[in-house]
Design a protein. Structure first.
Length: 232
């Protein structure tokens, strides 16, 4: 199984994401100054939790994902909300955002999604293609980026946050289920990408982009990195 197939079939993260994405939604709305004028593009929206949490706070939110299952869930969830639009990304052309037409955004979010891309060239291409739909002064946030050097710290800090946030049992249950699920098998067959700071700085060096690594944690995994990008 590869990652696109995994996200099409597995439900293992569906419930837990409601907790983890809520943490992100609250923290990121402060850092990004999300308000009633914000127009957000959420790439890799999953079951639409960010849309749920930010809907009362923003002007509009456009959600896109390669998983037909998640796109269907989002379409059902928001079928009466004019503020939310949902698009299916083509699995073989997921860096193509031309379907957005004249839409323009104050914020573009990639939350817990870029690690499932095939390589860093696709990450760069996706960010640059998406950036064409930013309003002047708009920002792109790459959130929850794992770094291989912090694999154990990653796990440890996640459990610590879960303990502090009183969802330790659910977090342990999730890790246990992951170990014996198609997630573990898929990770063994298909790697997830790592994002160390230097590699990312080098990747965007020729674009003139301003990269800001956020020091405060935005997700339930404080060891993960969060990168704010502004293009000239
Ligand atoms: C861990 S979930 C995160 C969902 C959501 N961002 C959240 O945090 O609540 C990863 C999501 O990325 C999507 N995804 C994986 N590869 C993608 C790609 N190349 N383009 C867009 N979405 C992708 C999956 O279908 C899945 O919905």
């Amino acid at each position: 199984m590869n990652w696109p197939e995994f996200w099409e079939q597995s439900r293992i993260f569906d419930t837990f994401m409601s907790t983890s994405t809520k943490v992100f939604a609250n923290r990121a709305s402060i850092v990004l100054q999300i308000d009633a004028n914000s127009i957000v593009l959420d790439i890799g929206c999953g079951p639409g939790y960010l849309e749920e949490y930010w809907l009362p706070r923003v002007k509009k939110i456009v959600a896109a994902d390669t998983s037909r299952r998640y796109v269907q869930i989002c379409r059902q969830k928001f079928n009466t909300d004019e503020q939310v639009k949902v698009f299916a990304l083509a699995k073989d052309r997921f860096t193509d955002f031309t379907f957005l037409g004249e839409e323009r955004f104050t914020h573009i979010i990639f939350l817990s999604v870029l690690q499932y891309y095939p390589d860093l060239d696709h990450v760069k291409q996706s960010v640059l293609q998406a950036s064409r739909y930013l309003l002047p002064g708009g920002k792109i946030l790459l959130a929850d980026l794992p770094d291989k050097s912090t694999l154990f710290a990653d796990m440890g800090s996640f459990l610590l946050t879960a303990w502090r946030g009183r969802f330790l049992i659910r977090a342990l249950g999730l890790l246990w289920r992951c170990r014996f699920s198609s997630y573990h098998q898929t990770r063994q067959n298909t790697r997830v990408l790592d994002f160390d700071r230097q590699t990312m700085d080098d990747l965007f060096a020729d674009t003139g982009a301003c990269l800001t690594w956020l020091e405060e944690p935005l997700t339930t995994n404080p060891a993960r990195q969060n990168l704010l990008i502004q293009l000239p």
